[in-house]
Write a protein that binds this ligand. Structure first.
Ligand code: NAP
Length: 248
């Protein structure tokens, strides 16, 4: 369908998991892809090759997206390799799950920085490009627990709730420049992140998911495609749940 023909997307955490599915979906629809992960390793090379099969320009970069200097550097590299940036997907994320009683200040800071500060740093680094060209799309990866909260995830839930406030504020601030900002709130999605969960926790999730199955990275990527394309041209400041009904 070529929904993103000629567009360039920057995707954080794009080498694997949900980020890779989004990158594949975008490239299939004609987008050039720059993806940024903490490491550039054999998984990044494999993703780069998978993306290139769609015939667009695709390249992986290594940077800590919570570090503003590293981000400034990587964005300048991306702008040497790509004509512009039309789409930003703030997807990189981590967990450090613990009950509050055991959660350290380091657990808190790490998760807030990687999940929330990164969106601030990335958006700040790219917004002037979008403002100048008078168009842009930002997609932030929140979570159902950013709305509902979750025992053992005070740091993670707070970071994901923060992303929702950030998404809505950016939508209000940049809407007049034709820049849209939306968030996705996935539920239980099968990736490396959820593989670490104990069987009992997974069973509990399944009980509460009306569709009675875990989500796939592709389920999330379909919504990320909708939000990046002109099919959602009148949608901004929204949070779209992709969770099989877990939130109802
Ligand atoms: P994942 O498989 O663990 O992948 C996370 C990605 O983020 C990796 O590519 C990782 O790069 C990158 N990353 C981590 N820290 C980084 C940093 N400081 N700088 C740059 N990149 C960094 O995770 P996922 O399950 O696909 O999750 C993707 C997003 O969806 C996350 O924001 C997550 O919170 C959210 N989400 C996931 C679920 C779920 O059920 N899976 C549910 C709700 C929300 P390296 O490999 O180089 O470390």
């Amino acid at each position: 369908m070529n929904l993103l023909k000629g567009k360039t997307a920057v995707i954080t955490g794009g080498a694997r998991g949900i980020g890779k599915s989004i990158a594949m979906k975008y490239a299939k629809e004609g987008a050039n892809i720059a993806f940024i992960d903490l490491r550039y390793d054999e998984i990044s090379v494999e993703t780069e090759n998978d993306l290139k099969a769609f015939g667009t320009i695709c390249k992986g970069y290594a940077a800590n997206v919570a570090d503003s200097e590293a981000v400034a550097q990587v964005v300048s590299e991306i702008l040497k390799d790509f004509p512009t940036i039309d789409i930003l997907v703030n997807n990189a994320g981590i967990t450090r799950d613990k009950l509050l009683m055991r959660m350290t200040e380091e657990d808190w800071d790490m998760v807030i920085n990687v999940n929330l500060k990164s969106a601030f740093v990335m958006t700040k680094a790219i917004q002037s490009i979008m403002i100048k060209q008078r168009h842009g799309v930002i997609v932030n990866m929140s979570s159902v627990v950013g709305v509902s909260g979750n025992a053992g995830q005070a740091n993670y839930s707070a970071s994901k709730a923060g992303l929702i406030g950030f998404t809505k504020s950016v939508a209000k601030e940049l809407g007049s420049r034709n820049i849209r900002s939306n968030a996705i709130a996935p539920g239980f999605i099968e990736t490396a992140m959820t593989k670490q969960l104990p069987e009992a926790v997974i069973e509990e999730y399944m009980k509460n998911i009306p569709l009675k199955r875990p989500g796939t990275p592709d389920d999330v990527a379909n919504i990320a495609l909708f939000l990046a394309s002109d099919m959602s041209s009148y949608v901004t400041g929204q949070v779209i749940h992709v969770c099989g009904g877990l939130n109802i």
